[in-house]
Design a protein around this ligand. Structure first.
Ligand code: PEP
Ligand code: MN
Length: 296
Protein backbone atom coordinates (compact mmCIF):
# COMPACT_ATOMS: atom_id res chain seq x y z
CA UNK A 1 0.00 0.00 0.00
CA UNK A 2 2.20 2.80 -1.25
CA UNK A 3 1.52 6.26 -0.02
CA UNK A 4 4.15 7.94 -2.08
CA UNK A 5 6.73 6.38 0.16
CA UNK A 6 6.91 9.32 2.48
CA UNK A 7 3.73 9.78 4.44
CA UNK A 8 4.77 10.62 7.93
CA UNK A 9 2.71 8.92 10.60
CA UNK A 10 1.71 11.16 13.46
CA UNK A 11 5.10 10.92 15.08
CA UNK A 12 7.09 9.27 12.29
CA UNK A 13 8.87 11.77 10.09
CA UNK A 14 10.67 11.45 6.78
CA UNK A 15 13.86 12.05 8.69
CA UNK A 16 13.08 9.12 11.04
CA UNK A 17 12.53 6.88 8.05
CA UNK A 18 15.74 8.03 6.38
CA UNK A 19 18.08 7.91 9.33
CA UNK A 20 16.53 6.40 12.49
CA UNK A 21 15.01 3.24 11.05
CA UNK A 22 15.99 3.07 7.37
CA UNK A 23 15.87 -0.74 7.42
CA UNK A 24 12.35 -0.94 8.87
CA UNK A 25 11.03 1.96 6.79
CA UNK A 26 9.04 1.30 3.66
CA UNK A 27 11.13 1.53 0.49
CA UNK A 28 10.44 3.79 -2.51
CA UNK A 29 8.78 0.89 -4.34
CA UNK A 30 6.20 0.64 -1.51
CA UNK A 31 6.63 -3.14 -1.39
CA UNK A 32 5.95 -5.09 1.78
CA UNK A 33 8.29 -7.82 2.92
CA UNK A 34 7.29 -11.43 2.55
CA UNK A 35 9.01 -14.31 4.28
CA UNK A 36 8.31 -17.97 4.83
CA UNK A 37 8.56 -19.86 8.09
CA UNK A 38 8.30 -23.64 7.76
CA UNK A 39 6.57 -23.12 4.43
CA UNK A 40 4.05 -20.57 5.79
CA UNK A 41 4.29 -17.17 4.13
CA UNK A 42 3.90 -13.92 6.07
CA UNK A 43 3.23 -10.64 4.28
CA UNK A 44 1.49 -12.18 1.27
CA UNK A 45 -2.18 -13.02 0.69
CA UNK A 46 -2.18 -15.63 3.47
CA UNK A 47 -3.00 -14.49 7.01
CA UNK A 48 -1.21 -17.10 9.14
CA UNK A 49 -2.98 -17.98 12.39
CA UNK A 50 -1.02 -18.58 15.58
CA UNK A 51 -3.06 -20.28 18.28
CA UNK A 52 -2.61 -21.98 21.59
CA UNK A 53 -2.65 -21.49 25.33
CA UNK A 54 -1.10 -18.68 27.25
CA UNK A 55 1.10 -21.10 29.17
CA UNK A 56 2.35 -24.58 28.35
CA UNK A 57 0.69 -26.21 31.37
CA UNK A 58 1.53 -29.86 30.81
CA UNK A 59 2.49 -32.23 28.01
CA UNK A 60 -0.99 -33.63 27.40
CA UNK A 61 -2.70 -30.23 27.09
CA UNK A 62 -0.14 -28.85 24.68
CA UNK A 63 -0.27 -31.96 22.48
CA UNK A 64 -4.07 -31.88 22.44
CA UNK A 65 -4.10 -28.18 21.69
CA UNK A 66 -1.53 -28.52 18.90
CA UNK A 67 -3.66 -31.19 17.26
CA UNK A 68 -6.94 -29.28 17.68
CA UNK A 69 -5.71 -25.90 16.44
CA UNK A 70 -3.88 -27.47 13.52
CA UNK A 71 -7.00 -29.36 12.43
CA UNK A 72 -9.04 -26.16 12.68
CA UNK A 73 -6.58 -24.31 10.43
CA UNK A 74 -3.87 -22.75 12.61
CA UNK A 75 -0.41 -22.51 11.09
CA UNK A 76 1.49 -22.01 14.36
CA UNK A 77 1.12 -23.29 17.89
CA UNK A 78 1.71 -20.60 20.49
CA UNK A 79 2.37 -21.21 24.18
CA UNK A 80 4.69 -19.79 26.78
CA UNK A 81 7.26 -21.93 28.52
CA UNK A 82 8.79 -18.75 29.91
CA UNK A 83 6.16 -16.25 31.01
CA UNK A 84 6.41 -12.58 31.95
CA UNK A 85 3.90 -13.04 34.77
CA UNK A 86 2.92 -9.67 36.23
CA UNK A 87 3.56 -10.71 39.83
CA UNK A 88 6.53 -12.67 41.12
CA UNK A 89 4.72 -15.28 43.20
CA UNK A 90 4.22 -18.75 41.76
CA UNK A 91 1.86 -21.47 42.95
CA UNK A 92 0.47 -24.81 41.87
CA UNK A 93 -2.12 -22.88 39.83
CA UNK A 94 0.11 -20.06 38.62
CA UNK A 95 3.36 -21.22 37.13
CA UNK A 96 5.65 -21.54 34.14
CA UNK A 97 7.31 -24.80 33.12
CA UNK A 98 10.42 -23.16 31.65
CA UNK A 99 12.79 -25.76 30.09
CA UNK A 100 10.29 -28.56 30.66
CA UNK A 101 7.73 -26.51 28.71
CA UNK A 102 10.15 -26.13 25.81
CA UNK A 103 10.47 -29.93 25.67
CA UNK A 104 6.69 -30.28 25.47
CA UNK A 105 6.53 -27.71 22.67
CA UNK A 106 9.14 -29.76 20.83
CA UNK A 107 7.01 -32.87 21.40
CA UNK A 108 3.97 -31.04 19.98
CA UNK A 109 6.01 -29.98 16.96
CA UNK A 110 7.25 -33.54 16.41
CA UNK A 111 3.79 -35.05 16.84
CA UNK A 112 1.84 -32.68 14.59
CA UNK A 113 4.38 -30.90 12.37
CA UNK A 114 2.90 -27.55 13.37
CA UNK A 115 5.31 -24.59 13.56
CA UNK A 116 6.06 -23.21 17.02
CA UNK A 117 6.14 -19.62 18.29
CA UNK A 118 7.19 -19.10 21.88
CA UNK A 119 8.55 -16.26 23.95
CA UNK A 120 12.13 -15.67 24.98
CA UNK A 121 12.60 -13.33 27.95
CA UNK A 122 16.17 -13.90 28.94
CA UNK A 123 19.49 -13.62 27.12
CA UNK A 124 20.63 -16.79 28.85
CA UNK A 125 17.76 -18.73 27.24
CA UNK A 126 18.03 -17.50 23.65
CA UNK A 127 19.85 -20.60 22.39
CA UNK A 128 17.46 -23.01 24.14
CA UNK A 129 14.37 -21.21 22.83
CA UNK A 130 15.84 -20.93 19.32
CA UNK A 131 16.26 -24.69 19.22
CA UNK A 132 12.52 -25.31 19.60
CA UNK A 133 10.92 -22.15 18.17
CA UNK A 134 10.33 -21.64 14.47
CA UNK A 135 9.62 -18.02 15.38
CA UNK A 136 10.78 -16.35 18.60
CA UNK A 137 8.31 -14.07 20.37
CA UNK A 138 9.56 -10.88 21.97
CA UNK A 139 6.96 -9.88 24.53
CA UNK A 140 5.51 -6.46 25.12
CA UNK A 141 7.58 -6.00 28.26
CA UNK A 142 10.81 -6.69 26.41
CA UNK A 143 10.16 -4.58 23.33
CA UNK A 144 12.96 -2.24 24.30
CA UNK A 145 15.27 -4.80 25.90
CA UNK A 146 17.86 -4.13 23.22
CA UNK A 147 20.43 -6.58 24.60
CA UNK A 148 17.87 -9.40 24.46
CA UNK A 149 16.53 -8.56 21.03
CA UNK A 150 20.03 -8.20 19.64
CA UNK A 151 20.84 -11.72 20.83
CA UNK A 152 17.58 -12.97 19.31
CA UNK A 153 18.48 -11.32 15.98
CA UNK A 154 21.84 -13.09 16.02
CA UNK A 155 20.11 -16.49 15.98
CA UNK A 156 18.76 -15.54 12.51
CA UNK A 157 15.43 -17.02 13.58
CA UNK A 158 12.23 -15.27 12.50
CA UNK A 159 11.06 -13.00 15.31
CA UNK A 160 7.74 -11.50 16.31
CA UNK A 161 8.11 -8.15 18.07
CA UNK A 162 5.13 -7.28 20.23
CA UNK A 163 4.45 -3.60 20.69
CA UNK A 164 4.82 -2.39 24.24
CA UNK A 165 1.40 -1.35 25.57
CA UNK A 166 2.66 2.21 26.01
CA UNK A 167 4.83 2.48 22.93
CA UNK A 168 4.52 4.86 20.03
CA UNK A 169 4.76 3.49 16.51
CA UNK A 170 8.07 5.33 16.27
CA UNK A 171 9.62 3.52 19.24
CA UNK A 172 8.22 0.18 18.06
CA UNK A 173 9.91 0.63 14.69
CA UNK A 174 13.07 1.72 16.49
CA UNK A 175 13.06 -1.62 18.31
CA UNK A 176 12.45 -3.46 15.03
CA UNK A 177 15.47 -1.65 13.62
CA UNK A 178 17.60 -3.19 16.39
CA UNK A 179 16.65 -6.61 15.01
CA UNK A 180 17.20 -5.65 11.37
CA UNK A 181 20.52 -3.90 11.91
CA UNK A 182 21.80 -7.06 13.56
CA UNK A 183 20.93 -9.04 10.43
CA UNK A 184 17.45 -10.35 11.18
CA UNK A 185 15.36 -10.40 8.02
CA UNK A 186 12.14 -12.13 9.02
CA UNK A 187 10.47 -9.78 11.47
CA UNK A 188 6.76 -9.69 12.26
CA UNK A 189 5.30 -6.78 14.23
CA UNK A 190 2.42 -7.56 16.61
CA UNK A 191 -0.08 -5.11 18.08
CA UNK A 192 -1.36 -6.53 21.40
CA UNK A 193 -3.30 -3.66 22.96
CA UNK A 194 -2.46 -0.33 24.51
CA UNK A 195 -2.79 0.72 28.10
CA UNK A 196 -5.35 3.55 28.07
CA UNK A 197 -7.54 5.12 30.75
CA UNK A 198 -10.80 3.66 29.50
CA UNK A 199 -11.08 0.06 28.36
CA UNK A 200 -14.83 -0.71 28.59
CA UNK A 201 -14.50 -3.37 31.31
CA UNK A 202 -13.03 -3.04 34.76
CA UNK A 203 -10.98 -6.21 34.22
CA UNK A 204 -9.53 -5.25 30.85
CA UNK A 205 -6.33 -3.27 30.93
CA UNK A 206 -5.73 -2.79 27.23
CA UNK A 207 -7.38 -1.50 24.07
CA UNK A 208 -6.60 -3.03 20.68
CA UNK A 209 -5.13 -0.28 18.51
CA UNK A 210 -6.52 -1.29 15.14
CA UNK A 211 -5.40 1.99 13.58
CA UNK A 212 -1.78 1.08 14.10
CA UNK A 213 -2.15 -1.71 11.54
CA UNK A 214 -2.60 0.61 8.53
CA UNK A 215 -0.35 3.19 10.20
CA UNK A 216 2.55 0.75 10.53
CA UNK A 217 2.03 -0.50 6.99
CA UNK A 218 2.17 3.07 5.69
CA UNK A 219 5.65 3.66 7.05
CA UNK A 220 7.16 0.15 7.28
CA UNK A 221 7.50 -2.81 4.93
CA UNK A 222 7.24 -5.30 7.81
CA UNK A 223 4.13 -7.47 8.17
CA UNK A 224 1.85 -6.65 11.09
CA UNK A 225 -0.05 -9.12 13.28
CA UNK A 226 -2.60 -8.48 16.00
CA UNK A 227 -3.25 -10.38 19.24
CA UNK A 228 -6.92 -9.79 20.08
CA UNK A 229 -6.71 -12.11 23.11
CA UNK A 230 -4.18 -10.08 25.07
CA UNK A 231 -5.68 -6.82 23.86
CA UNK A 232 -9.24 -7.51 24.97
CA UNK A 233 -8.52 -9.81 27.95
CA UNK A 234 -12.08 -11.00 27.37
CA UNK A 235 -13.02 -14.04 25.29
CA UNK A 236 -16.34 -12.58 24.07
CA UNK A 237 -14.54 -9.74 22.32
CA UNK A 238 -11.92 -11.90 20.63
CA UNK A 239 -14.07 -12.79 17.62
CA UNK A 240 -15.13 -9.24 16.66
CA UNK A 241 -11.62 -7.88 17.16
CA UNK A 242 -10.13 -10.75 15.13
CA UNK A 243 -12.47 -10.13 12.22
CA UNK A 244 -11.90 -6.37 12.49
CA UNK A 245 -8.13 -6.96 12.48
CA UNK A 246 -8.41 -8.84 9.21
CA UNK A 247 -10.54 -6.05 7.74
CA UNK A 248 -7.94 -3.53 8.96
CA UNK A 249 -5.19 -5.29 7.02
CA UNK A 250 -3.54 -7.48 9.66
CA UNK A 251 -1.07 -9.94 8.14
CA UNK A 252 -1.36 -12.54 10.90
CA UNK A 253 -3.49 -13.19 13.99
CA UNK A 254 -2.39 -14.57 17.34
CA UNK A 255 -5.14 -16.14 19.47
CA UNK A 256 -5.25 -17.80 22.83
CA UNK A 257 -6.97 -21.17 22.61
CA UNK A 258 -7.26 -23.49 25.59
CA UNK A 259 -8.93 -26.91 26.06
CA UNK A 260 -10.70 -25.62 29.20
CA UNK A 261 -10.50 -21.81 29.26
CA UNK A 262 -12.06 -21.25 32.67
CA UNK A 263 -9.37 -23.42 34.21
CA UNK A 264 -6.43 -21.88 32.33
CA UNK A 265 -3.43 -21.41 34.61
CA UNK A 266 -2.96 -17.80 33.48
CA UNK A 267 -5.48 -15.23 32.17
CA UNK A 268 -8.56 -17.55 32.18
CA UNK A 269 -10.91 -14.83 30.87
CA UNK A 270 -9.28 -14.45 27.46
CA UNK A 271 -8.79 -17.86 25.80
CA UNK A 272 -11.45 -19.43 23.59
CA UNK A 273 -12.07 -23.16 23.45
CA UNK A 274 -11.40 -25.53 20.54
CA UNK A 275 -14.95 -25.40 19.17
CA UNK A 276 -15.14 -21.60 19.23
CA UNK A 277 -11.73 -21.41 17.60
CA UNK A 278 -12.83 -23.71 14.76
CA UNK A 279 -15.97 -21.63 14.25
CA UNK A 280 -13.95 -18.42 14.30
CA UNK A 281 -11.55 -19.71 11.64
CA UNK A 282 -14.56 -20.27 9.34
CA UNK A 283 -15.62 -16.64 9.86
CA UNK A 284 -12.06 -15.43 9.36
CA UNK A 285 -12.05 -17.13 5.98
CA UNK A 286 -15.09 -15.13 4.90
CA UNK A 287 -13.75 -11.76 6.05
CA UNK A 288 -10.34 -12.53 4.54
CA UNK A 289 -11.97 -13.31 1.23
CA UNK A 290 -13.86 -10.02 1.33
CA UNK A 291 -10.57 -8.12 1.57
CA UNK A 292 -8.70 -10.22 -0.97
CA UNK A 293 -6.82 -12.37 1.50
CA UNK A 294 -6.97 -15.98 2.67
CA UNK A 295 -6.47 -17.85 5.93
CA UNK A 296 -5.87 -21.33 4.47
C1 PEP B 1 1.87 -13.71 25.55
O1 PEP B 1 1.72 -13.66 24.32
O2 PEP B 1 1.73 -14.74 26.20
C2 PEP B 1 2.19 -12.47 26.27
C3 PEP B 1 2.66 -12.51 27.51
O3 PEP B 1 1.93 -11.36 25.56
P1 PEP B 1 2.31 -9.84 25.85
O4 PEP B 1 3.81 -9.80 25.86
O5 PEP B 1 1.69 -9.15 24.69
O6 PEP B 1 1.70 -9.48 27.16
MN1 MN C 1 -0.64 -14.26 27.87
Amino acid sequence: MAIENKAPGKDVTDEDMASKFPLAAIKPDGKHTRFKVKGVEFGGPLIPIMAGPNTVENRDMILRTADAVKRAGAHFLRGGAFKPLSFPYRSEKYFELRDEGLRYLQDARDATGIAIITECMDQAKVAAVAEVADMIQIGTRNMQNYALITDIARTRKPAMLKRHYGSSLRDWLGAAEYLLVEGATDVLLCERGMSVPHTHRASSRFLLDLQVVPAAKEVSHLPVATDPSHATFWANWVEPMTLASIAAGADSIMLEVHPDPRNAAVDPLQPINFEDFARLVEKMKRVAEAVGRTVS
